[in-house]
Design a protein around this ligand. Structure first.
Ligand code: MN
Length: 423
């Protein structure tokens, strides 16, 4: 077992009940405050810990890191050090904040320099993303979309059970929680027999997804096997992969989505490491037909992560419109990474790969408004009495996720995004 995962460890920092951030989590993110520039941090309870300060004070000695790895506005430099280094870093932080260790806790002057209350800081984009890939790996989502837009009897396209289908997305518009977005504009073709029109998207949608970020991969021409995949994945966050359904429908043939997806993808700001998620790994679904050899895998690569989506109309309360789980994925991250690199494509430190919309089998677990409202035919009633088929201007969409087992809850916090009217 990874030392920092021991459920019996308690921190000398207080952790509220049901916090996403017990000492067993130790996620990594980038924060800034009025007084300090962007830097790498972690979080225990509602305390944000400045790793740059910890380094300067000598608490991260004898690890393969330099001051510049923490005094920087992305996690790329610590990820550049690879799997063992970041595992050791997390274990060191666990040791420093363990109740049974007073190296740091006994020095009030140091504690004061290292800890920030969460309400006093602002979270930044955690990773400088080089390339963003979006998969399409939930069978229920692919089946729902195929049923609505093509043919219920042949909902899955013939390649879907053979290939972890994906497309290359846009990295520049990946934004952290709290950054508002503008309703996108583009071409739509509302009527079969008339010419397309241009204007603000009318069918703005969220996609409930999770994304993983990678360490440096192998040189161009080499591949990462499913067996090696765990050594190349740093951690995960929640992603709201915003989608303009009307723009998508008109533009996506034959090369897939383009402007319907590239205007924004929002992520939760803490990257929860694969180390922290290890206790929550589970077996995946039986894959039938049997997959090709390079997609076969051993061990557990699926994860039991509870997910939910809420809509908050302006000046009103939240209505939860979806409760799903990452375990509903058909293709797992090891298969996605093996497939992505099987042609020799080189994966780089800071690449981000998203799951695709995570829908489960029942309507409450559908991960997009397209499915929840079934193309707009079944509006959802919100607590304030209003109805939604898709997302309206001034709505805020919130996504959350957490795992729970043996009394330990490891969570991601949330990704929250307000939609502003089109420019
Ligand atoms: Mn997507």
């Amino acid at each position: 077992m990874i030392k920092a995962n021991d459920p019996s460890i308690q921190s000398w920092l207080d952790v509220p009940e049901n916090s996403d951030f017990p000492i067993q989590n130790i996620p990594f993110g980038v924060f800034k405050s009025e007084n300090v520039s962007a830097r790498v941090g972690t979080r225990i309870g509602d305390h944000v810990i400045d790793l740059n300060a910890l380094f300067i004070l000598g608490y991260l000695d004898n690890l393969p890191f330099a001051n510049t790895d923490f005094n920087t506005d992305s996690l790329n430099k610590i990820m550049k050090k690879g799997k063992k280094a970041t595992t050791d870093l997390r274990n060191r932080i666990s040791k420093l904040f363990n109740k049974e260790n007073n190296d740091l806790s006994s020095n009030a002057h140091h504690v004061q320099q290292v800890i920030f209350p969460v309400e006093r800081i602002e979270m930044c984009m955690p990773v400088q993303v080089g390339d963003y890939t979006d998969f399409y790996s939930s069978r229920d989502h692919a089946t729902n979309v195929g049923t609505m837009f093509r043919d219920p009897d042949n909902a899955l396209l013939p390649n879907w059970l053979w290939i972890p289908v994906g497309y290359h997305g846009r990295a520049s518009s990946i934004i952290p929680s709290g950054t508002a977005i503008r309703r996108p504009k583009g071409q739509q073709k509302p009527s079969e027999n008339e010419a397309p029109v241009f204007g603000p998207c009318k069918l703005l949608d969220f996609e409930l997804e999770m994304a993983f970020v990678t360490f440096d991969g192998k040189p161009l021409g080499d591949s990462i096997s499913t067996k090696e995949a765990k050594d190349y994945i740093f951690g995960m966050c929640i992603m709201n992969d915003w989608s303009a359904r009307d723009i998508q429908k008109w533009e996506y043939v034959p090369l897939g989505p383009f402007l319907a997806k590239s205007f924004a993808s929002s992520v939760s700001p803490w990257i929860v490491t694969m180390d922290a998620l290890e206790p929550f790994s589970i077996e995946g679904p039986k894959q039938e037909p049997e997959v090709l050899p390079y997609l076969k895998y051993e061990g557990n690569h699926h994860y039991d992560i509870n997910l939910e989506v809420g809509i908050i109309p302006e000046k009103s309360e939240e209505t939860v419109v979806c409760k799903s789980n990452y375990k509903h994925m058909y293709w797992n991250m090891a298969q996605q990474l093996a497939h992505h690199s099987v042609n020799g494509c080189n994966i780089r430190c800071g690449d981000m790969m998203a799951s695709g919309t995570i829908s489960g089998p029942s309507p409450e677990s559908f991960g997009s408004m397209l499915e929840i409202s079934w193309k707009g035919t079944k509006p959802v009633k919100l607590k304030d009495g209003s109805e939604r088929k898709f997302i309206q201007d001034t709505d805020t969409v919130v996504m959350r996720g957490h795992c729970k087992k043996d009394g330990v809850r490891i969570g991601f916090g949330e990704v929250s995004t307000k939609v502003l009217p089109a420019n």
